[in-house]
Design a protein around this ligand. Structure first.
Ligand code: HEM
Length: 146
């Protein structure tokens, strides 16, 4: 059980790290702030590279979320904490707004400008919220379930 718990933490942690890293690559900020000038980090300024990694990590996150939810329901043990609920709602919002932006990116699909801007801001806002809440739960060592 312990091994399964820490494996989940690694999968989530690594996926979250790459989603944030490549998400900011979509804005894009790494070239402007010379971060991609650091040797070995040139790929951060290549939009389609970070875009592809964001898509792959999103797929991993969605699959992992489905797995965790099903395994939680089937195990029937534990109670989700308040901070756990908060993070679940934020991640659900990130997935929903993200999926809408993926659909928007498909050729032949046209969504209104205001709608796209709204999804962008919601997605970015939720990303900021998740980073803040995650930092808080990391420092205070709050777990997802009790
Ligand atoms: C922990 C989860 C996630 C984080 C932290 C995250 C972070 C970000 C950030 C910071 C941006 C750039 C700001 C913006 O344009 O709004 C972005 C863009 C984007 N994200 Fe995410 N994201 C996450 C999950 C997802 C998921 C699950 C999907 C798809 C199912 C997704 C799809 C996209 C798309 C399509 C874009 C815009 C790319 C473009 O400009 O065309 N993201 N993400």
């Amino acid at each position: 059980m312990k091994t399964q718990g820490s494996l989940r933490k690694y999968i989530y942690g690594i996926t979250f790290f790459f989603l944030v890293l490549t998400g900011f690559g979509q804005m894009p900020v790494y070239k402007r702030y010379y971060i991609s000038d650091i040797p070995g980090l040139d790929w951060l300024s290549q939009f389609y590279v970070t875009h592809m990694i964001h898509y792959i990590a999103s797929g991993v996150l969605i699959a992992f979320a489905v797995y965790v939810v099903i395994s939680f329901i089937l195990s029937g043990t534990g109670r989700i904490t308040t901070s756990g609920y908060l993070k679940i709602f934020i991640i659900a919002g990130l997935i929903i707004s993200g999926v809408f932006m993926v659909i928007r990116n498909l050729s032949g699909i046209f969504l209104g400008h205001n709608l796209i801007i709204a999804f962008n801001l919601i997605h970015l806002g939720l990303c900021m919220m998740l980073m803040a809440v995650s930092l808080y739960t990391l420092i205070t060592k709050k777990s997802w379930i009790k």
